[in-house]
Design a protein around this ligand. Structure first.
Ligand code: NDP
Ligand code: OXD
Length: 309
C-alpha cells in the first residue's frame, strides 16, 4: 500500500518519518513522484497543483494536511467519488487554542496600543476592563473554534459561538443562522473567525457585520483570507468602529509588500502560522483512518459534499 505526500520538502520528510514509525508497512513517496501513478492508494496533501490528484487512478482517499479543505475544494478536477478527509489532530487543535488566546488577550489587555505608545515613548494607562465584562464571540463552533473558545473560559470571559446548525454547549451561548448572527454580534466584544471557507462564508467579515458589533470591538481572523473584506476592515478600523484586528490569513499570501495592513497601527498580523499540523501527532489520525477504510469501516472527518466542508 502506498501513500503520496505533497507538501514542502522539510515537512514532507517529517511526515515520511512519522508515518514510517506509526505504520511501517505503508510505503510513502514524497512529491514530485516519478513512479507509476496507479500504484498510489492514498494522498496526503497541502495545496497540490490543480488537476494533479486526478492523475492517480486508484486513489482511495485524499487526506488534507490542514484542517481547511478549501485548497482541495477549489480544484475543478478533483477526482470524483474519492473522499476528502480534513485534518483533525490534537497538535493542530492545541496550537489554535494557544494562538486565539494570545490574540484575544492581546486585545483585551490593549497590548497593541501599548506597543504603539512605546514607540512614541508615551507612558499612559488605559483603563482595564474585567474579562467577565467582555464577550468573546466565535464564528464557527467546530473542532478548532469550540476548543479555542473553551480554553478562554479559564480567564472568565463571557463565551458565545455561532454555527450553521443549532448547538447546546455548557458555558457557551450558542447562536445559529442569520437571525442568531445579529443577536450574537450585538454582544460580542472580540470576534474570532474560525469558519471554513465556503461560498456561504466568503466575505462574512464585512462592513455590515462590523457595524453590528459594539463600538471599539476587535476582530481576529484565523479562518481564511477570503472571509474578510479587507477594504471594509480598514474603513471600520479608521472610523473607530473597530478598535483593532489580528490577522493570520490573507487574500494573497504572502501579503504584498505594499499592503496597508503591514503598517496599520491597529493591525497585529502573522504569516498564516496560527496553528500547524504536527506530523508526530497527526500521523496517528491518518493511520487510524487508513485502517478504518481497509477494514471496510467509514472514514472519520470526511468532507460533506452537500455542506461543502
Ligand atoms: P470544522 O469543520 O470542525 O468546523 C466548522 C464550523 O463552522 C462548524 O461549527 C460549522 O457549523 C461552522 N460553519 C460552517 N459553515 C457555516 C455557515 N455557513 N454558517 C455558520 N456556521 C458555519 O472546522 P475546524 O474547526 O476544524 O476548522 C475551521 C477552519 O479553521 C478551517 O476550515 C481553516 O480554514 C481554519 N484554519 C486555520 C488555520 C490557521 O493556521 N490560520 C489552521 C487550521 C485551520 P456546524 O457545526 O453547524 O456544522
Ligand atoms: C489549516 C491551515 O487549514 O493551516 O490547517 O490553514
Amino acid at each position: 500500500m502506498a501513500l503520496l505526500i505533497k507538501t514542502d520538502i522539510e515537512r514532507g520528510n517529517a511526515w515520511a518519518e512519522a508515518l514510517a514509525s506509526a505504520y511501517p508497512e505503508l510505503k510513502t513517496h514524497t512529491w514530485p513522484y516519478k513512479g507509476d501513478p496507479a500504484a498510489i492508494d492514498y494522498a496526503l496533501v497541502w495545496m497540490p497543483p490543480e488537476g494533479e490528484l486526478k492523475s492517480y487512478p486508484n486513489l482511495k482517499a485524499i487526506f488534507s494536511i490542514g484542517a481547511g479543505i478549501d485548497h482541495l475544494a477549489s480544484d475543478p478536477d478533483l477526482p470524483e467519488g474519492v473522499p476528502v478527509v480534513r485534518m483533525v489532530e490534537p497538535g493542530l487543535t492545541a496550537g489554535m487554542s494557544e494562538y486565539v488566546a494570545l490574540a484575544a488577550l492581546n486585545h483585551h489587555r490593549f497590548i497593541q496600543d501599548y506597543a504603539n505608545q512605546r514607540r512614541e515613548k508615551r507612558w499612559e494607562e488605559i483603563p482595564q476592563i474585567a474579562a467577565s465584562a467582555r464577550q468573546i464571540g466565535m464564528l464557527g463552533l467546530g473542532v478548532l473554534g469550540r476548543a479555542a473558545l473553551e480554553s478562554l473560559g479559564t480567564f472568565g470571559f463571557k463565551l458565545a459561538g455561532w454555527s450553521r446548525t443549532p448547538k447546546s454547549i455548557t458555558g457557551i451561548s450558542c447562536y445559529h443562522g442569520e437571525e442568531g448572527l445579529r443577536e450574537f454580534l450585538a454582544e460580542t466584544d472580540i470576534l474570532v473567525c474560525l469558519l471554513p471557507l465556503t461560498p456561504e462564508t466568503e466575505g462574512i467579515l464585512n462592513r455590515d457585520v462590523f457595524a453590528q458589533l459594539p463600538q471599539g470591538a476587535a476582530v481576529i481572523n484565523v479562518g481564511r483570507g477570503g472571509h474578510l473584506v479587507e477594504e471594509d476592515l480598514l474603513e471600520a478600523l479608521d472610523s473607530g468602529q473597530l478598535g483593532g484586528a489580528t490577522l493570520d490569513v490573507f487574500h494573497e499570501e504572502p501579503l504584498p509588500k505594499n499592503h496597508p495592513f503591514w503598517t496599520h497601527p491597529k493591525v497585529f498580523m502573522t504569516p498564516h502560522i496560527a496553528s500547524m499540523t504536527i506530523p508526530e501527532t497527526a500521523c496517528q489520525a491518518v493511520v487510524a483512518n487508513i485502517h478504518r477504510l481497509e477494514a471496510g469501516e467509514p472514514l472519520r472527518h470526511v468532507r460533506d459534499m452537500t455542506r461543502g466542508y
